[in-house]
Write a protein that binds this ligand. Sequence first.
Ligand code: ZN
Ligand code: FE
Length: 279
Amino acid sequence: MNPTFFDVNESSRTMSFTIEILPALSNNYTFLLSDPDLGLATVIDPSDGPQVATALKKRDLYLALILNTHHHPDHTGGNEFLQQEFGAPVIGPLEEKNLIPGISRGVTRNDIITFSTLRGQVLPTHGHTDGHISFYFPQIKALFSGDVLFPLGCGRLIEGNSAQMWESLILIRNLPDDTLIYASHELAEENVSFALSVDKKNFELQKRAATLLAQRKAGKPSVPMILGDEKRFNPFLRPDNADFRKVLATAGIAPEDADPAAVFGLLRSAKDHFGQNGL
Ligand code: ZN
Ligand code: FE
């Protein structure tokens, strides 16, 4: 299915925005999107309220908006604290309205959210949970994608099915190559080992894996990913690639003639049984 996108009118002033990564809990990332000129920020997927409040104070920012990609507590745990502290509204998936603490507005496919001069599009990216959404800001080429896509990996199917997740991944794959993907977990290492186990002889993938591991070894997050890299290397974005389907057939993971959604499902379940405990 093709995404529906909207024209965005650029404002005449020079816009400058920053996105900062706040590592939280065991491997979560919370993101601060801010307009330093206005002194305002939006937080995406706050795990830990006091941590976010401290970060805002340090940067002299006031919280204008809280965004949640889905209802899991590692993405919404900071909502109520931050709401009490700043009175900021919480926007999250309409389908999960009953499960999200402090939610003020539920959004779904084609809805627009605004922050400063930015217009964010709500993309339905169901699969990890039934109502999971991503926030796409074309003006800054940023996608806040929660638990859908990770470097060389994708989210676990907790509530949804593989057909939904495959549709979500195609929606993301249709965005421009230079889109920056802000994924809500650090999972590079475990995804590298699964991807290499599947596609052992792929020299390009080996190089990509080495780059990711070096980045991690240097203490840097693997996020944001560049979507163009994921399109080339992420096995979960390649179930409709003829060469990769041959690899999967040889590995006994999926028959070559299965349709892409089925291939995706078989690949995802191979990862579920790979003996890792992350996503
Ligand atoms: Zn989750
Ligand atoms: Fe999560």
